[in-house]
Design a protein around this ligand. Structure first.
Ligand SMILES: NC(=O)c1ccc[n+]([C@@H]2O[C@H](COP(=O)([O-])OP(=O)(O)OC[C@H]3O[C@@H](n4cnc5c(N)ncnc54)[C@H](OP(=O)(O)O)[C@@H]3O)[C@@H](O)[C@H]2O)c1
Length: 256
């Protein structure tokens, strides 16, 4: 499959990095300015500053520019190349499917994808909305993103919640890491050691959840001896508002 990535910033660059590590794709990366393109050329991608050159022969076009630039880029593509028969995947946040259809015109199949920055490490939680796409194309695009993590096909109404939980969620999880690391330093570990310990403990916690039928609270029960230290720690965290702080943070990050 030939894939054009338009916009080589944080997200487009992360997707390009991920795809360049996977077999079976021919990748072209396009960016407004040249500087960001060199590392992708070195990694084996074709690169260009002309979006139409990138998209002309592509089967799939991934649009990774800021939301307010999507309309201009689609107008540019629509005016210069044949979009019919291609698949367009926009990763722009808060861009309605209806607008994408309007801007792209009749031609392409259209999906919205909301990955998170862990996509560069093939560990994204990606949400996929088939805006105007048949089942086969949706399955094909899902398979592509499944190769870069985990993908949930959903509808547009769920995207604000999805973004809060999984895109903003990266920052929330990392803020927990920082808090636990600071606690670890106070308990006597060096900062780098404490961060490694917290990261490995999180990997362990996630691995417990990956077992068939696992439930977070059941795993917590296994480490909370009655009257023991863990339950004292958990209750002290709750007294400081841990669960409520997380829920309030998620609600605050819902886009209107
Ligand atoms: N970062 C995230 O966690 C995340 C998560 C989900 C979705 N998204 C979405 O991903 C999109 C990109 O975000 P980002 O954080 O990657 O932004 P970014 O780092 O600013 O990257 C955007 C890139 O687009 C390039 N660009 C601008 N105009 C262009 C044009 N006309 N043609 C080709 N390239 C052009 C910019 O090049 P120059 O720098 O040379 O101007 C820049 O490299 C946004 O719509 C955002 O909503 C981001």
């Amino acid at each position: 499959m030939k894939i054009a990535i338009i916009g080589a910033g944080n997200m487009g660059g992360a997707i390009a990095e991920a795809l360049l590590r996977m077999d079976g794709y021919k990748i072209t990366v396009s960016n407004r300015t040249e500087g960001k393109l060199q590392r992708f050329a070195a990694a084996g991608a074709s690169v260009t500053t002309d979006n139409c050159v990138a998209a002309k022969d592509a089967d799939l076009i991934i649009l990774a520019v800021k939301p307010w630039l999507v309309e201009d880029v689609l107008n540019e593509l629509k005016a210069n190349i044949q979009l019919a028969g291609k698949t367009l995947v926009s990763v722009a946040a808060a861009t309605r499917g209806e607008q994408l259809c309007d801007w792209a015109g009749e031609g392409p199949q259209i999906l919205t994808a909301i990955p998170n920055t862990a996509i560069a490490n093939l560990a994204s939680m990606t949400f996929l909305v088939p805006v105007r796409a048949d089942e086969a194309t949706t399955a094909q695009v899902k398979a592509l993103f499944d190769g870069m993590g985990s993908t949930l096909v959903t509808d547009e109404a769920h995207l604000p919640a999805a973004t809060a939980l999984a895109s903003c969620g990266i920052a929330y999880a990392l803020r927990y890491v920082r808090a636990a690391t600071e606690g670890g330093v106070q308990l006597g570990f060096r900062a780098a050691e404490a961060q490694d310990i917290v990261a490995q403990t999180l990997r362990g916690a996630v691995s417990l959840l990956e077992k068939e039928g696992a439930h977070a609270e059941a795993e917590i029960d296994k480490v909370t001896t009655p009257g023991g230290l863990t339950i004292r720690g958990l209750n002290a965290m709750e007294e400081a508002g841990f669960t409520n702080a997380v829920i309030q943070g998620l609600l605050a990050s819902l886009s209107k």
